[in-house]
Design a binder for this molecule. Sequence first.
Ligand code: TEU
Ligand code: CA
Length: 585
Amino acid sequence: MLTRRSAICFALASGVGTLSDIPLSRKAAASTDNEARWWKEAVVYQVYPRSFQDTNGDGMGDLPGLISRLDHIQALGATVVWLCPHYDTPDIDNGYDIRDYRKVNPDLGTMADFERLVSELHQRGMRLIVDLVVNHTSDEHEWFRQSRSSRNNPYRDFYIWRDGRDGGPPNNYPSFFGGSAWQLDAPTGQYYLHYFARKQPDLNWENPKVRQHVYDIMRFWLDKGVSGFRMDVIPYISKPDEMPDLSPEALILPEYAYANGPHVHDYLQEMNREVLAGHNLLTVGEAGGVTFEQTPLYVGSDRHELDMIFHFDLAHLGRVDWKMQPWTIPQLKSMVIQEDQSGGPHGWAATFLENHDHPRSVSRYGDDRPQGRIQSAKALAVLLLMRRGTPYIYQGEEIGMTNIPFSSIADFEDINAHGIWKTTVESGAMDATEVLPDLRRTSRDNARTPMQWDASENGGFTTGKPWFRVNPNHTEINVAHQKHDPQSVLTFYRHLIALRANHRTLIYGAFQDVDPSHPAVFAFTRTDQNERFLILINLTGEPQNYVLPMTARITDVLLTSTSNPQSPLPAELPAWHAGIYKIEA
Ligand code: TEU
Ligand code: CA
């Protein structure tokens, strides 16, 4: 709830230190490049179009559907839409397998629909960024059809071909979707590389013609009015010079072997010179396999590569591939702190808790049972939106959508889930009962169920048969219910985004965790020369008797997630309590 209070001095428990007691290493980098840019002030809303809104009853979301829901996105306060792939595709990986980069997927609509989307957004003062998927194409792309046809074809070098070794693949590289990353191709007897599915052959970026084609595709969409790109698995585009077998340790997390190839920065700088420079765009790289230490190389403004990247350290907390392990709140906070610092003095961060590849955040880090769902969704909203960095909200996150129950492997749609099943259960290596519980919790499918607009049969998503099951809890969790409810998750998101828009400190101000080792509470400050805020989040479902390890004079309570807080701080933080307090600098 929103509250305004007059200045109240809040004396904290004795024996606590002040901010200056916090070791320097934990302080926000003082020299952070705070140059104002529109994309630092943006709030991005990610749309997975096939699951957003159907308009023609075929059960598949479409661009006219997205256009019809722009008012919802605008009312939320988001300023940018990131549209997941909208290109022509055989659709084995929901559009991340592109057959024609210049054609709109007919299931989603037409080029005229796309142009209308851009103009409708611009009329609202909003922008569009699109997905750039250029580590690989579909095997049905014309380049690959040519490439595989003969060893002498002019497109042969557009992909990565090798001879086999001892009757098998050239090396032991695994595919992210199970099995080898190499596929023997009958017409020429060689293997091609595919980090993802067999139908997603990797492009050979060493070939300058490939790069020029990519740049042309980017120019094509810039000419249509897009304001930037989310670049799919961009650190993987440069392949290792030699390709020896990966060690057993490297095989556990192959993204670290595949990312940061020898020429990746040359390519990104070339792309910047040839396409991006001078356009004032938002560029965000999806950067699995890039460590915090390597981040400034991608996002330093002095590097002329990307504006920001997505790290997956937080998303992978307590996870190895599809398996879940225990994790702690100090570990979670440590990821957030490192992410905040990772850009270095000239970089900027992208923050997210959800996307189309990860389970729902309320099920992952919160509590999706009735007793905790709404409060924990609000606590997570504060974590997402009060940090420093450009926030990305994934469709449905703003209403606290949850994971979906799966009873058997037949309930899963995702090629990744089926790949995991094949290599574990079908291969005989594991029993279904060992795999299913973790797969349920980690599957990408959790995020891909249709958007829940209202309580009607298919959640208002379609009048036909939805391509993927609507979560049965749509009768309770939906936009229509929350829109006018002052206590809803959706209303809380709106308030938080408005707060951000009204306080530059909440966008640009330094971030500092004031109590990193606390086992339950995330307490951090946002500070610039004008203002200072304290943000408190109880990341548990238990009330916490909390003693802040600093002296703070609270002058205003801006927003709290639990109603009727005793002023100015509740004596004990209720379960999942989150609050934003103005404090004296
Ligand atoms: O995801 C890539 C991705 O999730 C991996 O690079 C990740 O680092 C790895 O699986 C280890 O967790 C993107 C898209 O977001 C996804 O939907 C696509 O399936 C994939 O690329 C292929 O295009
Ligand atoms: Ca449709």
